[in-house]
Design a binder for this molecule. Sequence first.
Ligand SMILES: *Cc1c(COP(=O)(O)O)cnc(C)c1O
Length: 452
Amino acid sequence: MKFVSTRGQTEPHSFLEAVKVGLAPDGGLFVPESLPDLSGELRSWAGKSYPELCAAFFRHFATDIPESELKELIVDAYSRFDHKEYAPLVKLDAKIDVLELFHGPTLAFKDFALQLLGKFYERQVALSGESINVLGATSGDTGAAAISGLLGKPGVNIFILYPDGRVSPLQERQMTCTEASNVYPLCVTGSFDDAQAALKEVFGDKAYSQSVRLSAVNSINLARILAQCVYYIYAWLQLPEAIREKTTFVVPTGNFGNVLAGWMASQMGMNVAGFRVATNQNDILDRFFSSGNYSVGDVEPSLAPSMDIQIASNFERFLYYTTGEDAAKTRETMSEIKERKAFSCEDTEVLHSMSSSRMGDAEIRETISSVYERFGYVVDPHTACGFKDLDTLEHCVILSTAHPAKFPNVVEETLGQTSTHPSLDALKMHDIIKFPLPSEANSIKEFIASKQ
Ligand SMILES: *Cc1c(COP(=O)(O)O)cnc(C)c1O
């Protein structure tokens, strides 16, 4: 299998090449040359363990990794999950299931992708004999998950920029209390957008980034999307056959990465009733799916910070598929969005391909309480956004993207009880090691160079 760019101006790449470069050289995102039709095979995967299912799925894509090695790598990637089912499906009532995606080492769904991505990087370094420096910026969960996925890997240094004072204390601890010598949490001045801008400038210096073999860890990497397809299929296979096609997956969304993965699985043959994009008050995607109006506003910090995003980077892949894989059209729309910070869509087929909802902060608090009262089940503020207008759905699977213990303050304020997790408690025993820097490309470049 080869991978092409959504903008159509990049030579086809092998899986490992596409994973290594992340963003396609023409500025687009990598997608499979063609989506395989798995409809014949899917049902036969029922009963497989999570790693077995993941290996069966990746066989179709990671064709440049020998099969036995791929299996071993996947088993290893998921060995640090603390639940024997990895992604357990919890029934709240006849119409609502919750897919718990928070049993990985950093207690958020991003572990599914980043533990695996860490193994791909490790293999790449071992094969090429060349060390790499991984650089990313985070508003919290991605940084923690990326650090955890690359912790202690030989030949890999990881540098994560995060805005000083703007990530939660527990997220900061997850990044800074690892005591691993290859981890550099860089706490930078300003906002997440400032950090992101500095990071872009560092990568923009091609001579520099090549000289230190810099690699980006962000939400657009192809391997992340594919890794996320697997838990949708895993959940779908656990539903009774008669319900599968009546099920809507409800997905708390920011960058559009998570829900896009499910939608891609459906394009490969996983038949479902649909997908619902659940946003917080940063509702660009809800506005798009309800009115066709995609216009980038300012980010308003919310109780669900990992969804405080206005530019949904994975949206480009959706545009590509819904234009019938038309790279020229995708290029056109992306440049329109870049120039006008907006575009509008009148194609009802596209707009009806997903439904959407929005939840403000007050409603997030009310929902955490009402879900607890109704089901005795504690949800985190991101997952809470999924519990909106469920009456209109015949059956749904709500993706739970983080463990409530990651957001103890909101949970305590609303339920009057604390939510804890042993792995978070254990962090408090370790010293915080972080490196304060200005949000400025030159300082970051000097810092990385000094660690070679
Ligand atoms: C990252 C994150 C999200 C949003 O995921 P996207 O792929 O950006 O849609 C939702 N919830 C939590 C807890 C997250 O960490």
